[in-house]
Design a protein around this ligand. Sequence first.
Ligand code: BES
Ligand code: MN
Ligand code: ZN
Length: 497
Amino acid sequence: MDFSIKAFDTKNTLAAAKTGCVAVAVFENKKLSSAAQALDVNGDISAALKSGDISGKAGTTLLLRGVAGVAAARVLLVGMGSNDAITEKSFGSAVSAALKVFGTLGSQDAIIAFPMADVKDRDINWAVRSLVIAANEAEFRTDSQKSKKDPLPAGVRKLTIAAAEANQLKGVLAQSIAIANGMNLTKELGNLSPNVCTPTYLADTARQLAGEFGFQIEVLERKQLEALKMGSFLSVAKGSDEAPKFIVLKHNGGKKNDAPVVLVGKGITFDTGGISLKPGPNMDEMKYDMCGAGSVLGTFRAIGEMGLKLNVIGIVAACENMPSGRASKPGDIVTAMSGTTIEILNTDAEGRLILCDALTYAERFKPAAVVDIATLTGACIVALGHHTSGLFTRHDDAHDALAEELLDAGKQAGDVAWRFPLGENYNEQLKSNFADLANIGTPGAASITAACFLENFTRKYTWAHLDIAGTAWKSGANKGATGRPVPLLTTFLMNRV
Ligand code: BES
Ligand code: MN
Ligand code: ZN
């Protein structure tokens, strides 16, 4: 989609705009938005509302052609619910309804003239961002592995956002496009089959990004990981014939000596469970177990494109979790890079085993904050479903502040998270009779005990953990990666500048 933003005023009116379609909002009580009024030159729009052909409920639409006094070939009336409180949800359903119609039109360009500044508790930047992300989502196709490409969808390819504040919003538009492009990369990586999207493929993708956006990059190979004594990460990797890759990307957008924000992604390119083998049904979806890594790369794509003035380091720990004669067995004890010994009671709790070494490695950067992103626990889906990511941090002032930053960024970006508790009681569930820590907890609160496990390796800096098991991809007929939490992460970083 090609996006632009433009102000329509008395000189340059909406009614005179030459375009295939103008979408304007109407409301439940038969009221017109101001843009709808501007097109109601000869009363055609009020008449259409009066006729009862559109109720004005959020997401309803009515397409009119040849509206008197309007230069555009079509006017799309879009219901936005109640006019005294446009909610995030009603705005969102109006946007997706408009995009759905745009996708079927015999014209390539359209203007969307919605009351962007009037959404309750949200600002106009939010409205621009959500529009761009939704339009990008509507257009997104995964067909790189189909022999016959899906035909390009018909309809609108050039979308102009009408907003009085157009000049101030140019930057927001560019940032929104960068976020959308970052999400697309995350989605593409997630959707790729696991025989293609291997740890090596992730490393190659990171190298490409580094070339395109000028990031520094280092990819550590098995030998180097052995020298670093990453015994926990390597214990997961050793069951697979695919070489593990430990990717370090640096975006030096800030001042030379500013402490970086470090993002750490779980990059299990396929999770069979290992010797604690997962059941067969839906196991294909464990190709998405690299979505934390994918979101780090997608976020780097976004901040690279927007030239973010902040120092950011991305770490991706990538390997497969496979059963084999060389795989870890339940009961094995390994020594992490930190020196902590870990009893592997379940080889399917592998995410924490790779992340703990990546989190120890992050210490060397003396980070301002570290955020890890992982499809870590099925229990997180039980708790939060598919709408909300899980957020975990310690409970002190510095961590409360970091948690608030991340929660706020999620709200701003329409990519929400919810905070869980951590604490000593939960940590005690990870006691092992034979090692310093067990890799699974006693029954109950499995998402929290997983976060507690990681917490043990993050005591030298301010840290947060995002469990994206429920939000990184959709199952069912529309199976596919969502690109989350790239909007949350990018907005969090943007807010730090
Ligand atoms: N990658 C999975 C978590 C997962 C499962 C995410 C299903 C999304 C959907 C993770 O490695 C895992 O297997 N976790 C186990 C942990 C358990 C063994 C303590 C889980 O959640 O069942
Ligand atoms: Mn697993
Ligand atoms: Zn996993």
